[in-house]
Design a protein around this ligand. Structure first.
Ligand SMILES: Nc1ncnc2c1ncn2[C@@H]1O[C@H](COP(=O)(O)OP(=O)(O)OP(=O)(O)O)[C@@H](O)[C@H]1O
Ligand SMILES: CC(=O)N[C@H]1[C@@H]2OC[C@@H](O2)[C@@H](O)[C@@H]1O[C@H](C)C(=O)O
Length: 401
C-alpha cells in the first residue's frame, strides 16, 4: 500500500485530530489561521480552538490579488502564477504561525485550506448565457501547501458542493448545524464578511429545517467606497457612516435590486455587488455618485447591509420568541451596522459568537477545519440538492510526498 494512504487511514481512525483551518475571504485582508483540536465526527464532533492568528497581506499582495479577483477580464498568466504563488505564501504564513506558537509541523495532522475565491458565479447571474451552470473558483494549490509545510492538506472544498447542484456556498451552514444546534433555542448565526450570510438553526426537536443563505453585501461596498474616496481599506468603527446621511432615493433603488428579491437560498460576491453596481443604481436615478458627499454614500451602503441582513433574518424568526443571533466576521466590529441590525430586529437577542466558544474572526477558518475533519473521519454532511437529501463530503486530499 502507498504509505501515504496508510497514514491517511490511520489519521481517519484517530479519536481527535489537530487541524489547521485556513480562510482568506473576499475582503482580501489576509489569511486567518486557526489551529483546532477536532474530536469525533458527525453529530459527535467537538472543537477546541488552540491557537488563532490573522496574518495580513502586504499592500502589494492585496493589490496584485485585487487585479485577478471578481473581475471579468484578467491575464491568464497572472491567474496561473497566483494559483502557485499564493499557495507558497500561505505555506510560509502557516510555518510562521507554527513557529510563533512553538508547534512543530509533525504535531499537525492536516491543513484545511479554503484558498482565495477569485470568481464566484451562480447560474442565476449568468444572464447572457444560454447554458447556465453554477461555478466558483478558488486559487492557492493544495499540493503546493502540502509540499511546503510537509502537512497533509485538504483543499478546494466548494467544487463538490457545485457537483451536487449547489452554488458552492454558503458552506458554513453545514458545520453550524453540526456544532451549534441547541435543544430549545432558535439560533441564527450571522457572519458579516465581504458578503453577509447566516444560518437559521431551529431547536433540535423542531420540525422546521435549518437554512443557510447569503444576504447580499456585508462589508464589500463599504470597503470599496472607503478605499476609493478615503484611501482607507475599511470604515473603522463605522465612523465615516456615522458622519454621513442616508441618500434615501439611492437606498430605495438599491433595495429594488432583483437579487435581493429572490427569497430562496442564494449566494453572491463582489462580482455582483461592486462600485459598478452602485454607479448603475445612481445612473437609473440620473445622478452620479461622484456628485454626492462620499460619507453619505458610505452611510447609505452601510444601511443597505443592515437592512438586507435584518430583513432576511426577520423572515425566519417571525413567530419565534427566543431567537438568539450570534454574530461573527469583521463586520461585527462595525458599530453602525450592528446598531442598525439591533434596531431593525428589536425582538432578537443579539450576542457575540464568543458566547458559543469561538471568536468572531476565527469562525470561518474553524468551519473549514471541521469540513476537513468530516472528510477524513465522518460519514459526510446532510446535503440537500434537487429536492433530494444525501450525505456528502467536501475537499480534495494533497499528500506532502
Ligand atoms: N473595527 C472595524 N470597524 C469596521 N469594520 C471592520 C472593523 N474590523 C473589521 N471590519 C470589516 O471587516 C472586514 C473583514 O472581515 P472578514 O475578515 O470577516 O471578511 P472576509 O473573511 O474577507 O469576508 P467573507 O466572509 O465575505 O469572505 C474588513 O474589510 C472591514 O470591512
Ligand atoms: C464563494 C465564496 O468564497 N463565498 C464566501 C463569501 O464570504 C461570505 C459568503 O461569501 C459565503 O457565501 C462564502 O463563505 C463562507 C465561509 C461560506 O461558504 O459559508
Amino acid at each position: 500500500m502507498n504509505p501515504s494512504i496508510k497514514k491517511l487511514a490511520d489519521l481517519a481512525e484517530k479519536k481527535s485530530r489537530k487541524i489547521i483551518g485556513l480562510m482568506s475571504g473576499t475582503s482580501l485582508d489576509g489569511l486567518d489561521i486557526a489551529l483546532c483540536k477536532v474530536s469525533g465526527s458527525g453529530e459527535g464532533t467537538s472543537v477546541d480552538l488552540l491557537e488563532f492568528t490573522t496574518i495580513p497581506y502586504s499592500e502589494e499582495i492585496r493589490h496584485e490579488l485585487k487585479k485577478i479577483t471578481s473581475v471579468e477580464n484578467v491575464k491568464l498568466k497572472e491567474v496561473s502564477y497566483w494559483h502557485t504563488k499564493l499557495a507558497h505564501l500561505h505555506g510560509s504564513m502557516i510555518l510562521k504561525a507554527l513557529d510563533d506558537w512553538n508547534v512543530k509541523s509533525n504535531e499537525v495532522d492536516c491543513i484545511a485550506s479554503h484558498g482565495q475565491t477569485i470568481y464566484h458565479s451562480p447560474a442565476r447571474d449568468q444572464k447572457e448565457r444560454k447554458d447556465k451552470v453554477n461555478n466558483t473558483l478558488q486559487i492557492g494549490d493544495g499540493d503546493q501547501i502540502a509540499t511546503r509545510t510537509e502537512i497533509l492538506t485538504i483543499s478546494d472544498f466548494r467544487q463538490k458542493h457545485v457537483a451536487h447542484g449547489g452554488e458552492g456556498a454558503p458552506m458554513a451552514g453545514l458545520v453550524d448545524q453540526m456544532l451549534f444546534s441547541h435543544p430549545t433555542e432558535t439560533r441564527i448565526l450571522l457572519n458579516i464578511g465581504g458578503i453577509g450570510n447566516f444560518t437559521f438553526l431551529p431547536p433540535n426537536k423542531s420540525t422546521k429545517k435549518s437554512f443557510t443563505t447569503d444576504t447580499g453585501p456585508g462589508n464589500t461596498l463599504i470597503d470599496a467606497l472607503t478605499l476609493h474616496y478615503f484611501q482607507k481599506p475599511y470604515d473603522k468603527d463605522g465612523e465615516i457612516a456615522i458622519s454621513g446621511r442616508i441618500i434615501e432615493k439611492l437606498l430605495d433603488e438599491m433595495l429594488r435590486d432583483s437579487w435581493l428579491d429572490e427569497s430562496k437560498a442564494k449566494t453572491t460576491g463582489p462580482e455582483y455587488f461592486n462600485l459598478e453596481w452602485l454607479h448603475k443604481k445612481a445612473d437609473n436615478l440620473k445622478f452620479s455618485i461622484d456628485e454626492v458627499p462620499p460619507e453619505d454614500l458610505v452611510r447609505t451602503v452601510s444601511e443597505l447591509s443592515a437592512i438586507t441582513i435584518a430583513e432576511n433574518i426577520q423572515k425566519y424568526i417571525d413567530k419565534e420568541r427566543n431567537a438568539t443571533l450570534y454574530v461573527s466576521g469583521g463586520g461585527a466590529h462595525n458599530p453602525y451596522v450592528m446598531n442598525r441590525i439591533g434596531e431593525l430586529l428589536p425582538r432578537v437577542d443579539i450576542r457575540e459568537i464568543e458566547d458559543l466558544g469561538i471568536s468572531a474572526d476565527s469562525k470561518e477558518a474553524v468551519i473549514f477545519a471541521v469540513l476537513a475533519n468530516e472528510m477524513l473521519a465522518g460519514n459526510g454532511f446532510e446535503f440537500e440538492s434537487d429536492e433530494e437529501s444525501k450525505k456528502v463530503n467536501f475537499g480534495k486530499v494533497s499528500f506532502p510526498d
